[in-house]
Write a protein that binds this ligand. Structure first.
Ligand code: G3I
Length: 379
């Protein structure tokens, strides 16, 4: 048990579940507190975030800032169900620095302001990644030394700009390939050309981020770390080298993009072995995809093609959260998007979808109830 919760709240929560399973997701009344921000929303005691509070963890969501601004139902779910938010795209390099040394802070600022008004913490995503880099950087004619300096400038400027407002930063994202080799990017190649190692490259980035924002917890974030294998083993060895060299790394993020066709990973073991190094761990981008049915016009639905795999999705959602709750150093569990209507999955995996907690119409799926049940059991 991570935190005790008042008996009466527990009784009320259980009673409301028994009577009306979706009551926790109904649109709340406007806030009664006259001092509350116009952006703040009423948090139901049976919401994911209230139950997560009692279980002693943050439950987060990746946010599309256009939908946050323009879709009331979406905004209501973000603010009432989640206690942590991650920018799905607007803190990536191409958005934040679209032209060299020209910064576009507004979309990320809007997300942080909304989070602060709603008592949410923010996960910063991401300072350094090989995707979603601006064209001026990827097609510029920069020497290795110039690339290192551009990297230093971006990391320090962004981390300093948001300093004090970010709980956890994904400082580097996806630095290993599935075979356990270190991923070749414009930055790793620049460091190699300068005669510097992968540890020196990643060490620089963490040191710069720490210097600019000493209060943020600094994470390395990646996918497929959930499974024991060449990638998670390489990451495990690499992180130990960073720690031995005194690099200010405080956490490892397990993205958690699962697919029913590949089996459930030995997630708890992997979370625990990184935690045993003295690090925080987190589930940072959970979604669980499967093949879905197609309409006559060829568009995909959010209905699993195989009902058995649909049922497996629900079990796996519970399993990912249970794995996090079983590891003391795992206190942050984030899902990668609100609803199946705006998930990245159908655009990247042909024929697949239904990966999130809410359906195409932003209504809660059984996956939601499964998470709430796990949280109730943990509190
Ligand atoms: O911004 C442009 C817009 O100007 C253009 O009109 C539109 C037309 O396609 O594209 C927009 O860019 C899209 C961008 O998201 C912003 O919405 C890209 O096409 C689209 O490919 C991009 O996808 C994002 C993806 O990262 C890029 O690799 C997803 O939304 C985002 O969910 C996804 O997130 C990643 C994490 O950051 C890291 N881990 C994996 C995860 C899933 O891929």
């Amino acid at each position: 048990m991570r935190a005790s919760r008042p008996l009466i709240a527990g009784v009320l929560a259980l009673a409301s579940v028994a009577v009306l399973p979706t009551a926790a997701f109904a649109a709340p009344a406007p806030p009664a507190n006259p001092n509350a921000s116009e952006h703040s929303a009423v948090i139901g005691e049976n919401s994911l975030r209230a139950l997560a509070d009692e279980a002693g963890i943050k439950v987060g969501v990746a946010v599309n800032t256009d939908l946050l601004a323009g879709n009331g139902k979406y905004r209501n779910i973000v603010n009432t169900q989640f206690s942590s938010v991650t920018a799905e795209n607007v803190m990536k390099w191409e958005t934040l620095e679209p032209a060299q040394r020209v910064y576009n802070w507004a979309p990320a600022e809007a997300l942080i302001a909304n989070a602060e008004a709603n008592g949410q913490v923010v996960r910063g995503h991401t300072l350094v990644w090989h995707n979603q880099l601006p064209t001026w950087l990827t097609s510029g004619n920069f020497s290795p030394a110039e690339l290192r300096s551009l990297l230093e400038n971006h990391v320090k400027t962004v981390a300093a700009h948001f300093a004090g407002r970010i709980q956890q930063w994904d400082v580097v994202n996806e630095i290993f390939n599935d075979d356990g080799t270190f991923r070749q990017t414009i930055f790793s190649q620049a460091y190699a050309a300068l005669g510097l190692s992968a540890e020196q490259y990643i060490g620089d980035v963490f040191r710069w981020a720490h210097e600019a924002d000493p209060s943020a917890l600094l994470f390395y974030n990646d996918y497929n770390l959930e499974f024991t294998g060449p990638k998670s083993n390489a990451a495990y060895a690499f992180v130990q080298k960073l720690l031995a060299a005194g690099v200010p790394i405080q956490g490892v993020g397990f993205q958690g993009h699962l697919d029913t066709q590949y089996g459930f990973p030995d997630l708890q073991n992997n979370l625990q072995r990184f935690a045993d190094l003295g690090l925080q761990v987190a589930l940072t981008e959970v979604d669980i995809r499967t093949f879905v049915t197609q309409k006559n016009n060829g568009t995909y639905t959010d209905t699993p093609a195989d009902p058995a795999e649909g049922a497996q999705q629900v079990d796996w959602w519970a399993g990912t959260l249970e794995a996090c709750l079983a590891v003391e150093a795992c206190t942050s569990y984030t899902v990668w998007g609100v609803s199946d209507a705006n998930s990245w999955i159908p655009g990247f995996f042909t024929g697949q979808g239904a990966g999130l907690l809410f359906d195409m119409h932003n209504n809660p799926k059984p996956q939601c109830d499964a998470l709430r049940e796990v949280l109730r059991n943990a509190a």
